[in-house]
Ligand binder design. Structure first.
Ligand code: GLN
Length: 446
């Protein structure tokens, strides 16, 4: 199934042909092919067909989403684990285009795995209210009253897949009543506000997403999704403009600027791109514009980034500088801040060590776990006027909604007109899922 299988089969066929295999073997070989480990498997359970497949990265996951969409699928479960073989950083789910199935009529979705709550939040920000499950039986039971002809699709990442297949094997031939007894109560859709009446605003809140083609190392684009959704859920008209490498930068009526993380190489390219337009960024920052800079772009806002002997000149709009260390600082991180009662959580992965000038204010005033700016002074990130610089991937905003709302509120405050200030303090939202994902991340800390 899926277009990608055409490429797999074609590659295998031509490799075999180059090796002298007779083309007549192709069809019989395909007919006899059984995918390894239950991949692309089909099961008949409680009168319904269940299809399961493995997806361990955004590209593979996107292919599965596309297959479900093509088949008109509307019953699905997504399992996300964060064990060693999966990678401990689950930010990548924000690079998966779940939005593609969000408008499927009658969509029923479930989220499972060790990071089920992260998956639930991801789906919420795609516009899908998913139910948490601890195994696939609970989901199959919960769709018992849906049309029997509707296939159930289960997609799982690396270590989540074998237990899924094992469970499906056990359930083969099980009758509907025994599966029904395990059913979870389905989410009622209320977690995703729809049809919120727009509020009056002189012009939409303009979010400028800088260089998604160079700076989106670990799902940082999820921050833009979070900002955009949290405005929309309050009826605040919002517009997102992406600025790509080579395009002119216009920050005149920008309200929030977002920049993600990047490898040293991409960071260098962005430094070249931005240094020529440094005045625009400096003017925006000094005027109090909201700006979120993650990891590589946070480093870039400082005076300089030392890579061994080489000094990369930064924009110099924050009082900090970064030096690349000999090893990388990788892992779950939590930091106490003055912006929220609970620590902010995320995942850090950086070689650079950032040192703030003494007069600068850190975002995280003490590191609960992880490294933060440099592993020495207990600080994480920076807060300067409307700028938040931080090492937190995750992405940072969906699991730390207070940080997202701080940026939105700051932007409205800067607008200063009556319509904008009437929206402050921001209407509170139901952040139950976000807080559950936040608490699950806190439990991962050493
Ligand atoms: N290149 C930077 C570093 O390793 C930033 C990496 C990132 O954005 N995650 O320090």
């Amino acid at each position: 199934n899926g277009l990608y299988m055409v490429y797999n089969v074609a590659a295998a066929f031509f490799a075999a042909r180059e090796l002298g295999v007779d083309a007549a073997h192709l069809q019989p070989t395909l007919d006899a092919y059984v995918p390894a480990g239950g991949r692309m498997g089909r099961w008949e359970i409680a009168g319904r067909t269940v299809e399961a497949n493995l997806a361990k990265n955004p590209v593979g996951f996107d292919r599965q989403i596309q297959s479900i969409k093509t088949a008109g699928g509307r019953l699905c479960a997504f399992f996300l684990n964060d064990n060693d073989a999966d990678g401990h950083d689950v930010s990548w789910i924000y690079d998966v285009d779940f939005e593609r199935i969000a408008d499927t009529t009658g969509l029923v979705a479930f989220a499972g795995g060790t990071r089920a709550h992260d998956m639930q939040v991801r789906l919420k920000y795609a516009g899908i209210d998913a139910t948490i499950i601890s195994n696939v039986e609970q989901a199959i039971g919960a769709v018992g009253d849906e049309a029997a002809g509707d296939t159930f699709y289960a997609v799982a990442n690396y270590t989540a897949f074998p237990p899924l297949v094992k469970k499906l094997d056990e359930l083969k031939g099980t009758d509907a009543s025994s599966v029904a007894s395990c059913a979870v109560t389905r989410a009622d859709g209320s977690a995703v506000p729809v049809g919120v009446a727009p509020v009056e605003l002189s012009r939409p809140l303009r979010i400028v997403y800088l260089y998604p083609d160079a700076l989106n190392l670990y799902g940082d684009g999820g921050n833009v999704i979070a900002l955009e959704r949290r405005c929309a859920w309050r009826g605040i008209p919002v517009r997102v403009d992406e600025v790509r490498m080579g395009e002119a930068l216009d920050l005149t009526d920008a309200d929030i600027v977002m920049m993600g993380g990047g490898s040293d190489r991409d960071q260098l390219a962005v430094a070249h791109e931005l240094l020529a337009q440094k005045d625009k960024v400096a003017a925006y920052v000094e005027d109090g514009g909201s700006l979120l800079a993650i990891c590589g772009s946070y480093q870039l806002l400082g005076r300089s980034y030392y890579m061994g002997e080489d000094r990369i000149e930064g924009l110099g709009v924050i009082a900090a500088e970064t030096v690349r260390g000999s090893d990388r600082l990788i892992g779950n991180v939590a930091v106490k801040t003055d912006l929220a009662p609970e620590p902010f959580v995320g995942f850090e992965n950086h070689g650079g060590r950032t040192l703030l000038d003494t007069e600068a204010t850190p975002l995280g005033t003490s590191v609960v776990a992880g490294t933060g700016n440099n592993g020495d002074d207990g600080f994480e990130g920076i807060i300067y006027k409307g700028v938040i610089g931080t090492y937190l991937h995750g992405p940072a905003l969906p699991k730390n909604p207070e940080l997202a709302d701080w940026l939105i509120a700051h932007a409205l405050e800067r607008r200063g007109d009556a319509q904008a200030t009437a929206l402050l303090p921001l209407k509170s939202l139901d952040d139950t899922y976000e807080h559950a994902a936040h608490d699950a991340a806190m439990k991962l800390l050493p």
